[in-house]
Design a protein around this ligand. Sequence first.
Ligand SMILES: Cc1cc2nc3c(=O)[nH]c(=O)nc-3n(C[C@H](O)[C@H](O)[C@H](O)COP(=O)(O)OP(=O)(O)OC[C@H]3O[C@@H](n4cnc5c(N)ncnc54)[C@H](O)[C@@H]3O)c2cc1C
Length: 462
Amino acid sequence: MKKVIIIGGGLTGLSAAYYLNKQVDQETVDWQIFESDKQFGGKFNTIHRDGFIIEKGPDSFLARKPAGLELVEELGLTDQLITNATGKSYIYHDAALHPIPEGSVMGIPTDIRALLESDLLTQAGKIRALEELMLDGNVTDADQSIGDFFEYRFGKEMVIRLIEPLLAGIYAGNIYEMSLRATFPQFEKVAKEHRSLMYGLKSHRPEMMNTTGTAKTIGAFRTLNGGLSTLTDALVDALPVERLHANTKVKAIENTTVVLESGERIIADAIIIAATHDVVLQLLDVPAVEPLADQPMTSLATISLAFEKDAVPEIPEGTGFLVARTSDYNITACTWVHEKWPHMVPDGKILLRGFLGKAGQIGLLDQTDEEMATKVQADLKEMIGLQGEPLFYEVSRMKEAMPQYTVGHQERLAMVEGNLKHSHPTIFLAGMSYRGVGIPDCIQAGKAAADEAGQLLELMKQ
Ligand SMILES: Cc1cc2nc3c(=O)[nH]c(=O)nc-3n(C[C@H](O)[C@H](O)[C@H](O)COP(=O)(O)OP(=O)(O)OC[C@H]3O[C@@H](n4cnc5c(N)ncnc54)[C@H](O)[C@@H]3O)c2cc1C
């Protein structure tokens, strides 16, 4: 009997288990998944309260990356899919909400008229941004930061006011440290092929590019009507219960032996570590993984506040707004859940979800829930005229939740994977620390790790 151990029962580990379970012969392969928490799902956490559906972790996934929708279909959940009802979002700057210019692709303008009409940039900022049409590709052999790449192309003002809130928001990162190649390689590719990004992005098919924040974003995201935890719950339900072990922490990996906190030792033919890289560093005390120690993590908190509809006099149509990281506000973004996902909020009520946590911020999670909720409310009072007390609020705190892909990420990852192939060929890494933080990326990573483990078992037969 061959043995495969999966460590971590979030989306990546459950996806790995699902695809492994499909491909292996149950008579000859014994696989087990260990999750330290009392329940499976990892960052997925939907709660239901007073008729509201509240996401304490992710709220939706991008439809254009196929792994998400494919898994939903395999699990028989397609009829539960819901598409985002509105796409438009705003940037809060200088005491006002400014719509993201139509035609922007992740903040990069492709519609010159919309850029000129936007009141987000000054006249000088717009002229500097338009110079991009005349610049060279600025593609170097070495990786560079997103901030440097875009500042060269569009100037500082556009980076700070438009591009940074959008791109940094996805990773909760510092764009002057984040790797262009590991996060948005499509922009480097377009600059290489077309010289100008503004020109090049126009000629790409829209579904290839994320038009975050504009009317075209309608239909770009999906969730499930009972909340996203339906996905991880369905994965759990699709797997044999005797192979699932919640409340079971792995303490260490010694060569091919997995050591549980209980002291139990299991010799494995393949091990998939489906947890963030800090866990890998704890479990595997070997030089092979040392480059991972350079990868920072950002802690995050989200505060969902439920109100009667009249608590905000006028919210413009849209999904919410983003705030420049350079501003003095606590929140980095706010989703108008009742507008983006109306099915999650009862009639006559509104649900606002404020995001806290910036790269490098210290002490965020030392605050009490009440302190965080008070700060978010104070910001929203000033920004959108929020009035009165909430019906209730729900705080979600996530310590070291978002791995940062800093400049040189891909080289470091290649080094770690090369080292492991040499020193620990039965160990595979998968999850949000490596090739994408989004839901479809994690599903894809789990599937790829299952395939690699399956291929290893096949090789062992020969
Ligand atoms: C606030 C927030 C909002 C997000 N929103 C979105 C969104 O809207 N759309 C989107 O696409 N993505 C979003 N993401 C990203 C997405 O949630 C993650 O990429 C994904 O959930 C990661 O899944 P994972 O299984 O790789 O990691 P995790 O969910 O972190 O799972 C790892 C699991 O390993 C377990 N574990 C750790 N150590 C051990 C051990 N020693 N032994 C056993 N088990 C262990 C942990 O308990 C955990 O359950 C968001 C992330 C955050 C933090």
